[in-house]
Ligand binder design. Structure first.
Ligand SMILES: Nc1ncnc2c1ncn2[C@@H]1O[C@H](COP(=O)(O)OP(=O)(O)OP(=O)(O)O)[C@@H](O)[C@H]1O
Ligand SMILES: [Mg+2]
Length: 448
């Protein structure tokens, strides 16, 4: 991770120093006075939060960004209180890093000269985004998306996990007259409400403990561009009301700010659950739903468009051949049969992952059933079902953690992998469920 980050940042034109842990980092900070510190939390000898405190004793100004996983987002909260400037949620992309640098340095104007963002043409070079399909319903969606791309109307993209909602959002942005503006994505389910509000709308210096500098919100960062509000159904009702105001007035209120700030942003949102049901249950504001759903776009699950499987397979083989320097030419009949029959609860993303592994494992020119490694996953799910019958749930020699894990697996099974449903049944928030899944690293054919 450290060397990958170093490489990405060097390529973006930054001079990078690396340290193996907090102690080494602190020494380096004192000797070299860097313009920004990016630190993981869990490190040997001195962890990231201790490093942050040690740095803040000496220096209140230098931006300090911590890296944390969804599973330990509490660390981010602690760090913000202790004076961190921002946080990065793992895993993150080069684009996220770019966003971060804009956010951090547009604020203070301190080291702008040192920041050389990649020119727009370089972004995603050679990988022109393409939505691959031969399916009629899908084609209609893509055509509709192209047609409405340049309007400023809000679009709500409905679809199961991995069906290509983000891909379609970027497609809309790239085909709009805002294509040269920013594209900013926010996952509404990933953060606690308190952080989400300042993430979206920004905050003023001193508006809460730890807000040591003014922070630009994602809406401001997306000015003249597009913002994608991912998993909008997970947004807390209070924040829904604020979002509605933004959509109606075209201006945002920073946390702790005195005046609204006008923004020119095209809003796209996604949902992977039944948002109408959430409206009916009073969990999602109806007025906001109508406001977002001006252009409804439905992405069908992969199992309803099995005709797409062979072309996606061939595209993914090309892609991973290129990335891995392999020369796989195709899949044999037995493997194709298995691919066509699979349920694909994780949709195109799951297929892409299976193909990545298969291209890696293929010893010859053709991918075989064994290379797909799909059985073990199915067996595992079956196994879980078999041993996790009601009677076997609690055993005298089981730890609480084991029981919890089994209960989660079983509930997920019964809800066909639907995290939202499973969380409801278990009586925990979807965030808690996700954290648990991350913790246990359950690979259950769903995207955790
Ligand atoms: N039609 C398609 N053609 C090519 N690639 C696709 C297609 N649909 C999805 N993909 C790829 O599958 C992966 C998942 O897509 P994406 O991230 O857009 O899904 P999503 O609906 O946003 O999922 P989630 O709900 O889990 O966020 C991406 O790597 C994307 O490029
Ligand atoms: Mg997505």
């Amino acid at each position: 991770m450290r060397s990958a980050l170093k490489e990405a940042l060097s390529r973006a034109g930054h001079a990078v120093l690396t340290a193996r842990d907090g102690e080494e980092g602190l020494r380096m900070f004192e000797e070299r006075s860097p313009n920004i510190v990016i630190s993981d939390v869990r490190m040997p000898r001195m962890n990231g939060l201790d490093l942050l405190r040690a740095v803040r004793v000496k220096n209140r100004e230098t931006p300090f960004v911590i890296i944390t996983a969804y599973a330990s987002v509490d660390d981010a909260v602690t760090a913000m209180k202790d004076g961190a400037t921002d946080y990065l949620l793992k895993p993150f992309s080069a684009d996220t890093l770019d966003d971060l640098f804009h956010r951090v340095f547009d604020n203070g104007e301190r080291v702008k000269a040192a920041v050389r963002p990649r020119p727009a043409e370089e972004r995603g070079a050679g990988s022109k985004r393409e939505i691959i399909t031969s399916n009629e319903a899908m084609t209609r969606v893509v055509e509709l998306a192209r047609k409405v791309a340049s309007s400023k109307s809000t679009a709500l993209i409905h679809g199961e996990s991995g069906t290509g909602k983000e891909l379609l959002s970027r497609f809309i942005h790239e085909n709009s007259d805002r294509a040269n503006g920013p594209f900013v994505a926010v996952n509404c389910a990933a953060l606690p409400e308190t952080l989400l509000e300042s993430e979206l709308f920004g905050h003023e210096k001193g508006s809460f403990t730890g807000a040591i500098a003014r922070k630009m919100g994602k809406f401001e960062l997306a000015d003249k561009g597009t913002i994608l509000l991912d998993e909008i159904t997970e947004m807390d009702p209070q924040l829904q009301a604020k979002l509605l105001r933004v959509l109606q007035e075209g201006e945002i209120d920073r946390v702790g700010g005195a005046h609204p700030t006008p923004v020119d942003v095209r809003v796209l949102a996604t949902t992977n659950r039944d948002i109408k049901k959430a409206v009916a249950e009073g969990k999602f504001r109806e007025d906001l739903y109508f406001r977002l759903n001006v252009i409804p776009l439905y992405l069908p699950p992969l199992r309803d468009r099995t005709g797409d499987i062979p072309i996606l397979v061939s595209r993914f083989i090309d892609k991973f051949n290129r990335l891995m320097g392999k020369s796989v030419t195709g899949v044999n009949a037995e493997a194709m049969d298995a691919l066509a029959k699979n349920q694909w609860k994780g949709n195109v993303r799951e297929l892409e992952n299976v193909m990545e592994r298969a291209v890696l494992l293929a010893s010859g020119e053709t991918i075989t059933l064994a290379d797909l490694m799909m059985e073990p996953v199915a067996e595992m799910a079956e196994g879980a079902k078999a041993t996790v019958g009601d009677e076997a749930m609690a055993g005298p020699d089981m730890t609480v953690a084991e029981m919890e894990r089994k209960l989660i697996l079983r509930t997920l099974d019964r809800s066909s992998g639907n995290r939202t449903k499973a969380a409801e049944t278990l009586g925990v928030s979807i965030r808690t469920l996700r954290n648990k899944l991350n913790e246990y690293k359950i690979s259950h054919g769903i995207d955790v």
